[in-house]
Design a protein around this ligand. Structure first.
Ligand SMILES: [Zn+2]
Length: 208
């Protein structure tokens, strides 16, 4: 555990010192340009893959980079409130839904009932990914998740969650008025490649 404290000491001594002026400016205000919706996966680091600085990205992460469809509710809605706050208070101009390779959340859809019952809240949460699974399985004949089609479920999931974003009245309004960009990204961990979803062509294209 000690290494966690060492990391903080190292940050205060080096990284903070080097960027003191930036942190001073950020001390009282944030004006991020982008809401980044990513997976909780430890290998997905939004600031790293976009080369962003503190203050650039407003980030919400959850298992399988899910955007729950819009609904009015008195429950405690983490992702929904983050979207609301990013638009109304921070006035972000872009939303990125970023999925990734080898996503444990997408893969968990293929766990057996006994395994899923050990993680009941995750099981419930992943109901929001089921459509992506159904779509992927309808695209490939003889679909077998073990035969390297994980990526297809992951990509379909990004599209599904982008569609869910449009169920938010304010997102829909700003997107159709051209005031808001919605991007779907697929991050391939082992190659460091990011693919951007071309909404006209309906394909993921390598960003290069
Ligand atoms: Zn994931």
């Amino acid at each position: 555990m000690e290494f966690l404290f060492d990391g903080v000491k190292e940050f205060s001594k080096n990284d903070f010192e080097k960027n003191k002026e930036l942190f001073r400016k950020l001390g009282t205000v944030q004006k991020p340009h982008t809401l980044f919706i990513g997976c909780s996966d430890s290998r997905v680091v939004p600031g790293l893959i976009t080369k962003s600085l503190p203050g650039d990205l407003f980030v919400v992460r959850n298992i399988a980079n899910v955007v729950p469809y819009y609904r009015a509710s008195s429950e405690y809605l983490s992702t929904t409130s983050a979207i609301e706050y990013a638009l109304i208070i921070l006035d972000v101009k872009n939303i990125i839904v970023c999925g990734h390779s080898n996503c444990g959340g997408c893969k968990a859809l293929y766990l057996n009932d006994e395994e899923l019952d050990k993680i009941p809240h995750t099981k419930k949460w992943l109901e929001l990914v089921k459509n992506a699974k159904i779509k992927a399985e309808s695209i490939v004949k003889d679909f077998d998740i073990k035969n390297d089609y994980e990526w297809l479920v992951e990509e379909e999931n990004i599209i599904e969650q982008m569609n869910n974003l449009l169920t938010y009245p304010l997102v829909e309004e700003r997107f159709s008025n051209g005031q808001l960009n919605i991007l779907g990204w697929y991050y391939e961990i082992e190659t460091g490649t990011v693919y951007n979803y071309n909404q006209k062509e309906k394909i993921f294209e390598k960003i290069e």
